[in-house]
Design a protein. Structure first.
Length: 323
């Protein structure tokens, strides 16, 4: 029987989360190289039918539909995944390193005894076992970790680590799971969903980011940059001091304690390039830095650098754009 990589689909408010497709991109990449089938496990409520969105992304979707599965509950998910792992013996199980995955993966690892690597930014398979890359010391170092030999390996992936655009054109079989008992009484109970506003913009998927740092000097200057971003079709992101000062909400922050981003173009304005910041932009192929200090570390990771007052550059760009 062909080995499998099992991806745990994550959904919220009746839609699949982008990170599910990132996991499927990783499963596809590893599966293609190793001859492993990419299988997605979707647990959903009776009224939901999210499986259609997974067509083309994996070879098989295992769907379990039941009352109580419309919202995440770690105890229920764990019971179901343990049963599926027992029946199917996947080579690898992929989780997202989101609050779902953080709640689920370690607990599953303890109860199943399978080794786990959390918060990975990339994974390869070498000599039949996974080698995962994780950031350590607050993002200062990338460490390659191997897992002890096992029948199944558990991996959680940091959101924003894989680029996803279109489905892979795979023929996807939808298989309904039957006869799996769902725990009726759980210690954890879902109360309500409170939107923190984090969904307003998603910098982790933006193709073009204009990112601001402490170098903008004062809050009032933000409007000027916002206007430029709008005209250039970019989203605004920022370094941590901008969030600490309450000039922008937390979901704009890039870095180890913010988001990992992978835009095609990342324009850093008045950002020094501390390692906690640049750890979040490693996936971006084109970094343009504007900083008036030619020794600023951001220039070490930038493909294009401008040593200048950022407002001169912002003004020149606006002038070039005209009208
Ligand atoms: C545990 C921990 C986690 C952290 N996580 C993050 C994180 O996720 N993301 C993050 O960003 N930081 C994070 N930090 C903070 C990080 O260490 C830096 O302090 C921060 O990134 C600096 O932000 P900055 O580059 O905007 O500011 P600064 O380091 O103050 O740099 C401002 C830059 O602007 C330039 N400048 C000033 N005026 C102008 C001008 N007019 N034109 C052009 N250039 C100008 C200056 O030359 C300078 O290089 C973390 C720190 C810790 C301890």
């Amino acid at each position: 029987m062909k080995g499998t990589i099992l991806t745990i689909a994550e959904h919220r408010q009746n839609s699949l989360r982008e990170v599910t497709f990132e996991l499927l991109a990783l499963a596809h990449e590893l599966g293609k190289a190793q001859g492993l089938e990419s299988v997605c496990l979707l647990l959903e409520g009776e009224e939901q039918s999210l499986e259609g969105e997974l067509k083309g992304w994996c070879e098989r979707v295992l769907v379990l539909k039941a009352k109580g599965l419309e919202v995440f509950n770690q105890e229920i998910w764990q019971a179901v995944i343990l049963k599926v792992m027992g029946d199917r013996r996947p080579f690898m199980v992929l989780f997202s390193h989101t609050p779902w995955g953080m709640d689920l993966a370690p607990s599953l690892s303890v109860s199943s005894g399978y080794p786990l690597a959390t918060d990975c930014v990339s994974v390869v398979i070498r000599d039949g076992t996974p080698l995962a890359t994780r950031q350590i010391y607050g993002g200062k170092l990338f460490a390659e970790v191997s897992l002890r030999p096992s029948g199944t390996y558990l991996i959680s992936l940091r959101p924003g680590s894989m680029r996803v655009e279109n489905p892979f054109g795979l023929v996807t079989q939808i298989e309904s799971l039957m006869g799996i008992e769902i725990p009726q009484k759980t210690k954890k109970v879902f109360k309500e969903f409170v939107d923190t506003g984090a969904g307003e913009i998603d910098i982790s998927q933006a193709p073009f980011l204009i990112s601001i740092g402490r170098g903008i000097g004062e809050r009032e200057k933000l409007e000027e940059i916002k206007e430029l971003a709008e005209r250039m079709g970019a989203l605004i992101s920022c370094s941590r001091p901008i969030v600490d000062k309450n000039w922008l909400p937390k979901y704009h922050q890039v870095g180890t304690s913010g988001k990992t981003v992978k835009p095609k173009v990342y324009m850093a304005l008045g950002i020094s390039g501390a390692f906690q910041h640049v750890a979040g932009i490693k996936g971006s192929p084109t970094v343009i830095a504007v900083n008036k200090d030619k020794k600023a570390p951001i220039f070490r990771v930038a493909q294009y650098g401008v040593v200048e007052d950022l407002f001169k550059i912002v003004g020149a760009l606006k002038e070039t754009l005209g009208g």
